[in-house]
Every structure is written in C-alpha cells, then in structure tokens.
Design a protein around this ligand. Structure first.
Ligand code: NDP
Length: 286
C-alpha cells in the first residue's frame, strides 16, 4: 500500500498565512515583530539557511535584521552583539546561526541570549522548562514535527515512537515532546546495537542522523509514520533525506519527503515563536 505523503510545504504555508494575519493585527496596534539573525563567517550552507529565514520573516510582515560578523570576530564582540539585541525593543527574537567558529564558545553565546527572545529554544532555561512541561520556546524542528503529526491526525498517545539521533536540537527534544504526548519513546544513536530491531517496532519513526538514505524498508514496520529530518546530498548531488524514500514509501503508512517535509516546518516554527514573543512583549504597552 503506498503511503500518505506528509506535505510540510503545504502545512507550513497554511500556518504562515495565519502568522501573517496575526502579524498584521499586531502592526495595527503599533508593534511589528522583529527577528534578528546573527551570522558569523562565510559558511555557504549557513548563509542559505539565514537568507531563507530572512525571506520568510519579511514575507509574513516581520522586521528582519541580519547581523553579519567576520569569521575572525572575537567572542567578546559576539556577546556584545547579543547583548545589544537583548536590549533592543524592536527585536523579539534572536537567533545565532550555528555552528560558530571553534574559537567561540557556542554554549556561552546561547546562554547570553535572553530566554525571552530565544526563539530557537536552545537556551538551557527553555530546554529545562520544556522537559518539565512548562511553557517555553521549543526547538523549531521538533516543534514543527509535532505540528506535522497533528495536521495529519497521527495518534501519539500510547504509540511507540523511536527517535534515531540524539542531538540537542532535534533528537533529544523530539523524544521529550512525544513523551509529553504520552508516547512510549526509544532513543537510538550511533552506538545502538541492532538498530533495525528498534526501528521495526516504531509506530512513529523520527530519523535525524545526517546519513543519506540510511533507513530503508527493512527498518520499517508496515504502516508506520516516518518523519525524515535529514538534509543530505546523494551521489548525484541531489538533496535527499536520511530515509531511502523510494523503498520506504511502499511500506510506511505516512512519510515526509525531502525536500518539502520537515524543512519548511522548521522555519515556520521560528516565525511562530517570534510572533509569540512579540505578542507577549508588546502586550505590556498596547
Ligand atoms: P547531529 O550530527 O548533531 O547528530 C546526529 C545524530 O545521529 C547523533 O546523535 C548520532 O549519534 C546519530 N547517528 C549518526 N549516525 C548514525 C547511525 N548510523 N545510526 C544511528 N544513529 C546515528 O545532527 P542533527 O540532529 O543536527 O541533524 C541531523 C540531520 O538533520 C542532518 O542531516 C541535518 O542537516 C538535518 N537537519 C534538518 C533540519 C531541518 O529543518 N530539516 C534541522 C536540523 C537538522 P551519536 O550521538 O552517537 O554520535
């Protein structure tokens, strides 16, 4: 049975329309949501991501500020930039594009961002709140995946969710969010022995490993919902996921494509978090 294609592009576009309307309402009341993105160095992939975030935020009517710093910038200067943005009332969301050059302490920079403007959800205060189920900014990719599951009517409660990959920005928060939705959660990683034995049990399989087409039909339980986070290049230089789409689509019940699955949801959640921050901050004076 061919699987349902989970169209992140369409779902993301629908949510961005709602965000746009809310932004217009805020602007009418004298508050324009503002997102600042700090980019250090010349990494092409980072530049592409940042440009996409800039384009998406202006498309919904937000103010977008891009701060480009040279690769030689000192840690002190990065921290001062973050501090200025923390104190800028026209900025409601701050994002520092990772990775940073090795001479800069990434965790120190993340901790310098005001948790109230941490729309990436990477600050330890937001991560901690998320884990204990308090309102917080949640890392955009896992938040976007939850939206995909919601929009496709995927049942989570009581289901077995298997997460392959345990990064701080995708795998770990993803498992915690599904746990809060009453899934039974298993984490797998590069040291997991007999990966297939776990993935084959998954009702919901989330793959975020950065290995092109690694997960094949043999890893999948018939009818499972499969979410492919990976963004890789295949042998022909074509964008592809961590899941072998061609074989898995014949066995999974529902599957995200790459591109057009998780990617559009990540940027959508960034805008949603920025809007939420602006709504909270602006409610104090409008
Ligand atoms: P990281 O490199 O930070 O983490 C990769 C994780 O995968 C690690 O936990 C690693 O295990 C695990 N892993 C690697 N190889 C295997 C394997 N063969 N079997 C099982 N586990 C394995 O990656 P990210 O989480 O940052 O990103 C993962 C992928 O998702 C990348 O392709 C990235 O580009 C993409 N991505 C896409 C986004 C989007 O919006 N679409 C957003 C963020 C990421 P260990 O911990 O043991 O090393």
């Amino acid at each position: 049975m061919p699987s349902v294609l989970i169209d992140g592009k369409a779902i993301g576009a629908k949510i961005r329309e709602e965000i746009k309307r809310d932004v217009e309402r805020l602007i009418e009341r004298g508050c324009r949501p503002g997102l600042a993105v700090v980019l250090v160095g010349e990494d092409q992939a980072s530049r592409t991501y940042v440009k996409n975030k800039e384009k998406s935020s202006t498309a919904v009517g937000m103010k977008s500020e891009l701060i480009e710093l040279p690769i030689s910038v000192s840690q002190k200067d990065v921290l001062e930039t973050v501090d200025r943005l923390n104190n800028d009332p026209t900025i409601h969301g701050i994002l520092v594009q990772l990775p940073l050059p090795p001479h800069i302490d990434e965790s120190k920079v993340i901790r310098a961002i005001s948790p109230k403007k941490d729309v990436d959800g990477f600050h330890p205060e937001n991560v901690g709140k998320m884990i204990i189920g308090q309102t917080s900014y949640v890392s955009c990719t896992p938040a976007g995946i939850l939206e995909l599951l919601k929009h496709t009517g995927t049942e989570i409660s009581g289901k077995h969710a298997v997460i392959v990959g345990r990064s701080n920005i995708v795998g770990k928060p993803m498992g915690q969010l599904l746990l809060q939705k009453d899934a039974t959660v298993t984490y797998c990683h590069s040291k997991t022995e007999n990966l297939e034995a776990f993935t084959r049990q998954a009702d919901i399989l989330i793959v975020a490993i950065g290995q092109a087409k690694y997960i094949t039909a043999e890893h999948i339980k018939e009818g499972a919902t499969v979410i492919d986070v990976g963004m890789n290049r295949d042998e022909n230089g074509k964008l592809c996921g961590d899941v072998d789409f061609a074989s898995v689509k014949e066995k999974a019940g529902a599957l995200t494509p790459v591109p057009g699955g998780v990617g559009p949801m990540t940027v959508t959640m960034l805008l949603k978090n920025t809007l939420q921050s602006a709504q909270l901050m602006c409610s104090k004076y409008i």
